[in-house]
Design a protein around this ligand. Structure first.
Ligand code: UN1
Length: 497
């Protein structure tokens, strides 16, 4: 099965068989690939190759660079089913979500192609006669990308598509848990490069396979102008100081602890559907997963009853065979979930669900029923991100209190309110509302479109990826003053003779 998919995606067998790093599918714990770990010297050589490709690629005009990304988007369209299935096998998300991830890649390619003709700057009024001032944008260099297991391909594509049209080269260090999908993306990009012709320089995109050490080589190398890293806050704390110490740039997309406020006027049918998708989808392993439900006291019992009824109908099982919730990534993830639930019970919380499922069928697959945890208050346990389907429920009385609870966590990625009261909705998205990078009204916190800037504040790292004006992060800004007169006036009216 995996072999046929890899073949159709054009991945050479030598790159994913016979290596020293085992890749297992969370579906049943089987080993599905053996990739080769890059030594630090090999990583270094890949950065050198990317750097020399950058020097050629920056000379290719932006709209022509867009053509490469257009071809890559076409390759993704042709191979969407295979790549989507491979995502499901490798990280355990259900096929619909695997396909959704590939669709996000296609969408960002479309956006980047358009952007390739819009890499525009400003003209600025000069205070001096016969002078022009401009702001222009230039390619930045080699871009280092670090990605996580839970979204093994889309975040790479958000960065890669924009970075390429902006004239940069790429060095990608995927999660060691999901290298096969990375090799598949690389193979599709190489196909697009072949179709593109000879002005796509060899070495433009590199994949580095390995664990922490391999990533560290990329992070520390001063030739890598920007590190864009998605993953845990712990990872960000390790990466950011290393990049800062060499004055490199960072885009960090780290942990989330996303909340939904359910106000008295909320449409509860819609809220329940939104909660289901955002709290149990991807088995609670999205950075945007709904983790905290802040519900008005008057609705708490009704909402809990409806939620428990919906949760009882959720089919947990094989992600490619029609279930709604697939497995957790591995035994550690399962252990972390159980530890959090035990701590909640010890603190007197009521826990619904959370048990292991299908253990007889898949002894090495970690399937769980999603959990609802009824809390009296937002404790330190609730303030920490546990990467599993646990929904903590807390109640509130006034909107100010609900917004304070929304904001009273270290992370600041996504948030939302369900209300039909325009005053409440607008307050939530105002200056004194949610402090997150994403704040929604009447939709859940997860499943963002690529057109907006994606990312968040506080321990989420402050980075933005994907749409809006994010392309500027992959370019260097230059201010130009051009004197076309025969005089040499100084700014601020200074006389110097
Ligand atoms: C992630 O979990 O790292 O908004 C990314 C969402 C997706 C991206 C999630 N578009 O849920």
């Amino acid at each position: 099965m995996i072999k046929a998919i890899m073949q159709r995606l054009g991945v050479s067998e030598a790159s994913w068989q016979g290596g020293d790093l085992s890749v297992m599918t969370p579906v049943d714990g089987r080993v599905i690939g053996q990739v080769k770990i890059d030594t630090p010297a090999e990583v270094d050589a890949k950065i050198t190759a990317a750097q020399s490709a950058f020097e050629q690629w920056r000379c290719v005009p932006g709209p022509r660079r867009g053509e490469l990304v257009r071809l890559f988007g076409d390759a993704l369209r042709r191979h969407k089913d295979d790549l989507g299935a491979l995502v499901s096998w490798e990280c355990g998300k259900i096929l619909q979500e695997g396909l959704g991830e590939v669709q996000e890649m296609i969408d960002i390619c479309d956006l980047a192609v358009g952007q390739s003709r819009q890499l525009f700057g400003l003209t600025i009024a000069s205070e001096r006669p016969g002078h022009h001032m401009r702001e222009t944008w230039h390619p930045l260099g080699t871009i280092g990308l670090i990605t996580a297991f839970n979204f093994p391909v889309a975040p790479w594509a958000w960065n890669a598509a924009l970075a390429l049209v902006c004239g940069n080269s790429l060095v990608w260090k995927p999660s060691e848990k999901t290298p096969l999908t990375a090799l598949a993306c690389q193979a599709l990009l190489e196909q697009a490069m072949q179709d593109f012709g000879e002005d796509a320089p060899v070495g433009l995109s590199q994949v580095v396979i390995g664990e922490r050490e391999a990533g560290e080589v990329v992070v520390k190398d001063p030739r890598v102008a920007l590190i864009s890293a998605t993953g845990s806050t712990r990872m960000g704390r390790a990466v950011a100081p290393l990049v800062a110490s060499r004055f490199g740039r960072c885009i960090l997309e780290l942990g989330g602890n996303n909340a939904m406020i359910v106000a008295p006027s909320a449409d509860l049918d819609m809220a329940v559907r939104a909660i289901l998708f955002s709290a149990v989808g991807t088995a609670g392993q999205r950075c945007t997963t709904l983790r905290r439900l802040i519900v008005h006291t008057s609705l708490r019992e009704e909402l809990l009853t409806r939620l428990k009824k919906s949760y009882s109908g959720i089919v947990v099982g094989h992600p490619l065979e029609g279930a709604l919730v697939g497995p957790l990534i591995d035994a550690d993830a399962y252990q972390n979930m159980q530890t959090a639930l035990q701590k909640a019970r010890d603190a007197g919380a009521k826990v619904y669900g959370g048990e292991r499922q299908l253990e007889d069928h898949y002894p090495d697959g970690y399937y769980v029923s999603p959990a609802i945890v009824e809390m009296d208050a937002q404790t330190d346990l609730v303030r920490q991100e546990t990467f599993a389907p646990i929904l903590y429920v807390i109640s509130y009385s006034t909107l100010d209190e609900a917004i304070a609870l929304n904001n009273d966590v270290p992370q600041g990625l996504s948030s939302c309110i369900f209300t039909t009261d325009v005053r409440e909705a607008e307050t939530f998205v105002s200056d004194v509302g949610s402090d997150c990078g994403i704040a929604n009204v009447n939709i859940g916190p997860s499943g963002a479109e690529i057109g907006g800037a994606f990312g968040g504040e506080k321990e989420t790292g402050g980075g933005r990826e994907s749409g809006s004006d994010v392309w500027k992060s992959y370019m260097r800004r230059q201010t130009n003053t051009v004197n076309y007169s025969r005089e040499l006036p100084l700014a601020q009216g200074i006389k110097f003779d």
